[in-house]
Design a protein. Sequence first.
Length: 652
Amino acid sequence: MNVGPDGASVESTVPTFEFRILGPLEVRRDGERIDIPAPRQRALLGYLLLRANEPVPADELIDQLWGDDAPPTARASLHNHVHALRRVVGATTLGLETHGYVLHVERGQLDLERFERLAAAARRSEPHERAAKLRAALACWRGPPLVEFPTEPFAQYEISRLEEVRLSALEDRIEADLELGRHADVVAELETLVDRYPLRERLWAQLMLALYRAGRQPDALEAYRRAHVRFGDDLGLEPGVELRELQRSILVQDSALEDPAGLLGSTLERAASILPRSPRERAESLYELGVSLLRMGDHRQAAATLAAAERIAAATGELAVEERARLYRSYLAVWTDGRSPLAHLAEAERASRRFEQRGDEVGLAVALRQRAQMLAWSGRAADGAALASSALAAAARSGDSALEASCRGVLPGLYAVGPLPVEEAIARCHKLAAEVPDEPRFQVPSLNALVELYAEAGQIDVARRLGREATDSARGAGLLLHLVGAMGSCGQAELTAGDLPAAIDHFRDAYGIRETEEDHSLLPALAADLAAALALAGEDDEADALATIARARAGPDGFATQVLWRIALARVAAHTRRPAEALTLAKEASSLTAASDWLSFHGQSLEVLGEVSAPAGDSAGAAAALAAALELYERKGNVARAEVVRRQLAVV
């Protein structure tokens, strides 16, 4: 309403326009929709709205509306289209200025302007207000933008840009809802969104976080596995660092996930601000960071960080840091690149000689410890224990208490699998636990070994209690490799005690943590553990599939994995009436373990040989295999399995 000269109200003769491009192009005058039937005029209006309040030269409009196919009459046609639009919106709204045509749009007249204004204001607001403003902004959208102009040159970039800003605003609104605790409310919406936009990592991260905060941890981890498959299938890539870190945080139930501020940044991003400026100090800091990442189980990030440390150390003449970083990279390659453990053993042997010659006790301790691990993985636990003791002595001489405790952490696992009798191994593991700091990364290795040893001693209740303590400690500290080890030990303990469903659950949990990693060492071993247990339970199809994965991915030097996939496939073959194949596989497995000093593991392979020999028509062979298994179990002090084998021998 306007006021006339006499003070009376009069109807305004100036129409009010509203323009909409966030969906089908639409013009409203005083609330009434106006039809603009000519396609070129609609395209012209659409482009001018995208450049609202900016002069657009005629040449630019011709390029955008006709492209390379502009006819000689394009300029005249443009003039006619502009004239026609002016009849609709008025000459004051669509004017001609010095530098081109200008579509004058007031505040609030264009839905795109309203959307952008509300979205910008939301970014400066608290969560409640931010969520409300973003909902109002998103309500401006009525469908896909510029949907009428799929082939127009000007629309190609703008359609992508506008869709991106809409999705970003939608993600921001969901982020605000997550901060407000509306986790369960957004799950269904996010499930739809990840199906529609499967390569947007932020949506996957929000879905995982929403599921986790809604008390659905298994579903959150399953969402990560789905994302991993989609990225692999569509791009041939793994999800990014932040998504992988979120998965690890969910696995260990990191308390930071309950932080309403949202997701954490990457480890390197958090560390970048505190790394020193001096190249020498920076090389040392990167080396320490790389080692910490390795202990946390982030092998690829650790390898990249150690590579940077090695380069800087080489450039600054820091020979000790350079060689230690190189040694760790060779060690990591066993997981990340499928490097042979024996090849790394040779590298560690050369490195230990160099460190010893220079008097580098830290480097020597690291090299000896890695040699111990490689020997143990090849089935030589006693030799590994001897080297681990030498590593411990070198670490003690270096004065590095953390390294000393880390070297002690290698010994319990060697005592558990090697020839040391169970009772003596238990005593030594308790002694080691008392000698290291009361921190999860130092305590969990002893707990893991004790879980398996107490189960062999027939004390499954003690084993289960220690298993819960180990998994809770590793999870609480965010130590993924320790957590995997604890789950594996719990699975082995239940297998020893004869609780097959519980064993499978533990092995499955351990496998699930590493399933989406490009892990060439631990993952095949976990797959083989699970396959062997599933085969024992008669779950032949899944056992066969996992054993095949283990067989394909295990290197020839992966001793335990090579044995376990054969055990799994031998049982599958026996169940599916292929006795000759089962017997061949079982004999191969027992032959491999015979060359090792893993007494209970050798006994396990002989138990399997006993299982499959009788159906193959070799009852005498079955009895001989079971008798040999019993002798090994008795020598180890594995009373739980010895009792089982005695019962088997009674019916052979």
